[in-house]
Each structure stands twice: as C-alpha cells, then as structure tokens.
Design a protein around this ligand. Sequence first.
Ligand SMILES: [Fe+2]
Length: 295
Amino acid sequence: MMKKTLSLGAAIGAVALGAMAYYGNNKIDVTEHSYSKEDFGENLDGLRMVHLSDLQMKSFGQGNKKLASRVKSLRPDLIFFTGDALDRRYESFDNAIALMEKLVDIAPVFFVDGNHERAFVIDDETKQSMLEIFHEELKKLGVRILSNSSEAVKVRNGKIRIMGLDEKEVMIPGKNRLKKREDVDLGSLEETIRSIKSQGDDCDLTVFLAHEPQFIKEYSTSDADFVFSGHAHGGQVRIPFIGGIFAPGQGFLPQMSEGVIVHGRSIMMVSRGLGNSSFPVRVFNCPEIILAVIE
Ligand SMILES: [Fe+2]
C-alpha cells in the first residue's frame, strides 16, 4: 500500500514537473521598458520598439505563428533581432525564416548575427557559406542586416539611426568559437565601433544592436542612446533573489543576463531570449519579448 502511494506520488510529481517545464519554456513574457519623451524629444513620442533575440530555431506554434501574433499585438514601429535566430545543432533555417516572413509584415526588421549564425560556415554539398545563404533569404524578405554598419530610418515624426555590430568582432577568427572578454582585442573592437558611428549623421535617437552584452563599456563608446543585446538566455536557470546561473561568455552568476544596464549615456536592454542554448530547459526564466516605448 505504502509502495503504491509512493509511486503515485512520484508519478504526480513527474507530471507536475513536466507541466512546469513546458509552461516555463513556452509562455512568452513581455517586458516593457518605458522612457520619457522629455529625454528623447517630442518627435519620437509614442515610439514602440520590439526586441527579440536567441530564437535558437524554436517554434512557438506552427511556423512561429503564436510568437508573430504576440509581436503584432504590441504594435511596434520597429523590430530588432539580436542574433541566434539559428542554432548550429539544427541544419535548417525553417523556423527562423517562418518567423521573419511574418515579422516583416508587421514592421521594419533589423537583424545582427549571433554566434550561432556565425557557426554556419560551409554547406558540404554546395560548398557555399550557409551564413550567406541565410542572409540572402533574409534580404529577399526585406530584413535589414547590420554588419558593422548603420542605417537611418524615419519613424513617427523623427529619425533614428540603428547601428549593428558584426558578431565576428568578438569571436575567434576562422574557428567561429566564442572568445572570453580578456581574449578580445578591445582596442580593435572600439575602433570598429568608431567606424560604425562615423557612418551617419545626427538623428533624434541612436540604437546599437550587438549579440553579446558583456561589452557594454565598448558599445557605449558609440554614444548610442539604447543598446539591445541578448545571448545570455537569462542565465538559463534563474534562482529567485539571486538571478541567472550561467551565461556563455560571462560564466557563473552572470551580471548581464537580463534587464537594464546603464553605462555612460547608453541604456542597454538585455533580452532573456526565446529559445534554449545547449542546456535544454529554462527554469524560472520564461521566453521574453522586450518592448521599449517612448511616451
Ligand atoms: Fe549566442
């Protein structure tokens, strides 16, 4: 009798854990950050920017329908995607492309690569760069890829400059592996950022997109008002009152795994991302969409 009760308890516990894990990995949180038009000018009053990151080839509903409809409900003027739409574990772009197809119908989409895009190097059959093929697909859809470049767009009654860093600047050349912060040539990174910054004239607002958040000190030399970043997956497992457990490039108890970090004049918003890295489960860390509003 005792044995039966124990095994029933274990079964209920396992089902409850499974349900919790499913919920925690599929419920999408929207985190809203609101900024005053007094600081950014009346021209951008009402501006709504949606930030997505780290899909890792996950699909929320068939063809990412649920995710796209959630984004649409937020009525964005602009959508930023800060890398790792793909995942090097899957040799397919399908879920990422299915999402982008829907996003471009909602608002202009700006994209920077993450380390997982950079890991798609050569297709054995065609001998073509898989990254190039992915970029071609994105461009066909009208997604604007920023790769150490910047673009100005008119939005509302103002003009915004969007700068984007190529992830290769913080990866090991030719190997497409992550570097630790101490192994990155920070002088050269700043030089690259200076050159991106010099590409455009003044706008009402400047935004900097970069996959990895741990270089905020360097990103802030762009004088961007807002930096959007991801990669850290919220630390994957989050412990209440402590925070994330581990993030690639930052190690254990990462300081920049989510939320807002201010450096100099730049306000960085770090997305907890949408999918999972090589660790398959998110705990107390639902997938996240960021909505930044000026009002
Ligand atoms: Fe990443």
